[in-house]
Each structure stands twice: as C-alpha cells, then as structure tokens.
Ligand binder design. Structure first.
Ligand code: NAP
Ligand code: PAF
Length: 302
C-alpha cells in the first residue's frame, strides 16, 4: 500500500471541498488546503462545517501555496471544471511525479489536459452525488448524502485502489470503480438534462417532473453517443434515471441554475459542450442539446 495515504491536500475549498475536507479530517486524516492563485488567506483559520444531522464541527487545516508543492503526497482537486487548468498550471514541474492527482467535478473534458500536463502522475477520477453548500468563506454544510466513486484514469493509478477504502471511512457509500468513465457519463447525462433546463427556467429540479416529454427527448438524442461509449441502457432507463434524480432533489436548485442566478460562469462547456464535442467527433447531430448550449451561453454572457 502506498505511503502517506492519510495526508490529503485539497485544491479548491468551496462547497464540496470544504465538506470533504471536514469529513476527511473528522475520520482522522491530515488535511491541507492548497491555493495556487493569489487569493489571500487570513491565518490562523478555523473552518466550520455542519454534517447531515445538523451537528457543527470545526477544524484547523494547514495552508499550502504553490511553493510547497514538493511536499504534496496526495492531491484532490475540487475546483469547478473550468478552474481545473488554471488551478493546476502553477504546479507543472513542481508536483512530485509520484503524487496522485484526483479530479472531482461535474462534467468531463479536463482529463486530457491533465494527462498532458502531468504525464507521469497517477491520475484518478471521482464522481459524487453528495450535496454541499458554502455558507461563507469558512463555513460549509453537507446537504445531501450520495454515492462517491473513485477509479483509475491511467495505469499508475491502479496502485491507489486503497484510497477507496480510506474514503469510505470518511464518506458514506464510497467505492472503487474500474469503469469510472461510465460513472462520469452517467452523471454527465443527468447534468446535461437537469442543469440547462432548470438554469433556463430558473425553477427547482422538481419542476422537470412536469416536463417529462422534454426530458425524454433530450435523453433520446444522447442514446447513440452513449452506446458508442459502451453505456447500454435504453431510453426508458435514461429517462427514469434523470427523473429519479429530479424527484430526489426536487426542492433543490441545480448548480447551473445557482451559477447563472448569481452571475457566475456555468460549467456548460464541460457538460453540454463536452457532449457536443464528442458528438461532433462521432458525426452525430444533437440539435436539442445544441439549442440548450446556445441558450445558456447567451444567458451566461451579458
Ligand atoms: P465552489 O464552491 O465554487 O468551489 C470551488 C472552489 O475552488 C472555490 O472555493 C474557488 O475559490 C476554488 N479555487 C479555484 N481556483 C483555485 C486555485 N487556483 N487555488 C485554490 N482554490 C481555487 O464549487 P463547488 O460547489 O464546491 O463545486 C466544485 C465541483 O464539484 C464542481 O464541478 C461542481 O459541479 C461539483 N459538485 C458540487 C457539488 C455540490 O453539492 N456543491 C456536488 C457534486 C459535484 P474562489 O471562490 O476563491 O474562486
Ligand atoms: O449539478 C447539480 O446541481 C447536481 O449534480 C444535480 C444532480 C443535477 C442535482 O441538482
């Protein structure tokens, strides 16, 4: 088993990173928070987080900067997808090549750049349906239990399977998946349907239960692409999967709805944009997803 398994460095301490940092620290791991941009950190700093039962927890993480990269043994990247490249770029040539990089974000499409930039590092992908909220710069809430999957994106990552066990001690329902790209695609379908529809309507996820025809049409358009990537479910399978998430998160606003409502960039280029790039490569035409992409882009850029 590789050493230093229990010293995690998190790059991106927002809603999800803050809650993961808290859960990992609570389970006995050493947690450091890394900043690779110029944003100021006021020290000493205590982070607060609330668990699913509403209990308050506190912990004091170490803070690292780019100059500390040589000491990082395990790097978990929890920025937004569109921040991955700018957040990791300063670490090129600084991060030890034996240090595993774990990417955790909605959407797909960052992996190829990370592979090129860090060709020798073990690269792992994570997918989670846990929910987290940022209450302030130093306060976070775990808002929803879910599954977390971790799996290898290159051969060097296979030695790091014990990380799944370690994660499972900190998070409910965490496991290792050799088919991590399938897990990513499953989440991508959910995000490609729920996020743009709710971001455009400004409504909660549950509103899609009244728009089942649109959900079905968007799923249908994705079927040939999903089959090409080895995902075998039929239309009923994908429609029901999306509607089940809409039902389970009926009272929530999707992340894209919240991003647009707050004037932040959305992750559309890594969700629908990624789907469209893959479709183009396969010579598939996805007019409904194309329309959603353009509508979100128009709303995103004033
Ligand atoms: P978030 O709250 O915006 O967190 C991203 C964090 O990354 C921010 O704190 C940001 O800091 C930080 N960051 C960006 N560049 C950095 C850098 N160079 N150095 C250090 N920190 C940097 O977003 P989130 O909700 O946690 O989501 C993160 C990812 O997880 C997204 O892809 C999201 O879709 C996915 N996800 C989220 C949830 C959830 O419930 N929140 C659930 C599942 C998946 P600044 O604020 O200073 O820019
Ligand atoms: O991005 C989101 O908001 C979430 O991934 C999901 C599953 C769509 C629930 O809101």
């Amino acid at each position: 088993m590789p050493r230093h398994l229990d010293h995690w460095t998190l790059l991106g301490c927002g809603a999800l990173g803050g809650v993961l940092a808290g859960l990992l620290a609570e389970a006995g791991n050493q947690v450091s928070l890394l900043r690779t941009n110029d944003a100021e950190v006021r020290l000493p700093l205590q982070l607060s987080w609330w668990d699913l039962q509403g209990h308050e927890h506190h912990f004091e993480p170490d803070f690292l900067q780019t100059k500390d990269a040589a000491n990082i043994r395990l790097l978990l990247v929890t920025t937004k997808a569109y921040q991955v490249q700018s957040a990791l770029e300063p670490l090129i040539g600084q991060l030890p090549s034996a240090t595993p990089i774990l990417l955790l974000h909605n959407g797909m499409g960052t992996e190829s750049w990370v592979r090129r930039a860090f060709p020798d590092n073990p690269l792992l992908l994570m997918v989670t349906s846990n929910g987290a909220l940022r209450l302030g710069s130093e306060a976070f809430r775990h808002t929803g239990a879910g599954e977390t999957w971790i799996g290898p994106a290159n051969a060097a990552a296979r030695a790091w399977q014990p990380l799944a066990e370690l994660l499972a001690r900190a998070l409910p329902h965490a496991g290792w998946s050799e088919a991590i790209h399938h897990k990513q695609w499953e989440k991508l379908v959910i995000n490609a349907v729920i996020n743009p529809l709710t971001a455009l309507s400004g409504e909660r996820n549950g509103s899609l239960l009244q728009r089942q025809d649109e959900v079905e049409a968007l799923c249908e358009e994705l079927l040939p692409l999903l089959q090409r990537h080895g995902l075998s479910g039929d239309l009923a399978y994908w429609r029901d999967k999306v509607l089940q998430v809409a039902r389970l998160t009926a009272d929530n606003y999707s992340s894209m709805q919240q991003d647009l409502a707050c004037g932040r960039p959305s992750e559309i280029d890594f969700i629908t944009g990624f789907v469209l790039r893959e479709a183009q490569e396969a010579k598939l035409h996805l007019p409904l997803h194309q329309q959603l992409y353009q509508a979100i882009k128009a709303k995103e850029t004033p």
